[in-house]
Design a protein around this ligand. Sequence first.
Ligand SMILES: [Zn+2]
Length: 231
Amino acid sequence: MKNALYDKEVTCPLCKNIFRTKKVRTSSTRIEKRDTDFCTYYTSENPMFYGVFVCPMCGYAAMESTFHEINGAGKKAIEENITRRWTQRSFGGERTIQEAIEAYKLALLCGQLINQKKGVIGNICLRIAWLYRYANDPKETDFLKHAVRCFEQAFVSEPLPIGNLDEVTLMYLIGEIHRLIGNYEEAIEWFSKAVGNPAIKTKKKIDTLAREQWRLAKESFKNKKNQEQAG
Ligand SMILES: [Zn+2]
């Protein structure tokens, strides 16, 4: 599957260095399955591994969609906190899960330093959680927790959509992440908001998912309460 990858040339908005980074050809991606929080499994190369660009010269990293969104203050923050301590390192080859995690963590650090929108930070955290899930690493939960807090903040303070998440899909996703980390009450609240939103009628798949996961959350909440009472 080596030829599923190709090199993309990118100019760093910070140091103007031109570097190459891998991408997966859309025509060669094959989806195997999707989890209820949209974590996707591929039988082909996983495009998510290459979703963050890292400049090998200065260490600036961000998701492809926001790579060029950096202002003067942001550049200064990266120079002072990343570039000064950065030793040249390329993420431009084929990436293992661990290398993908490192790339996303760099993007998370840079995103925090430049005060990137909460929705963007949430999307980075969610992807780190998924990468840990692929690796069966319990650190997944920490990043799901970060992701859901960011999405909740984004929901009340940032314009929608958040990345490719429209209002109803985001409501559903916040509910589902809460369910996955065992916050059943919050999950129930968000699922009921999603299902009660008229826009869900235009999104059959989300409607079905939200109702099913809502039912599961209610069931888990009941079990948890029963266990607490028994204990
Ligand atoms: Zn650079």
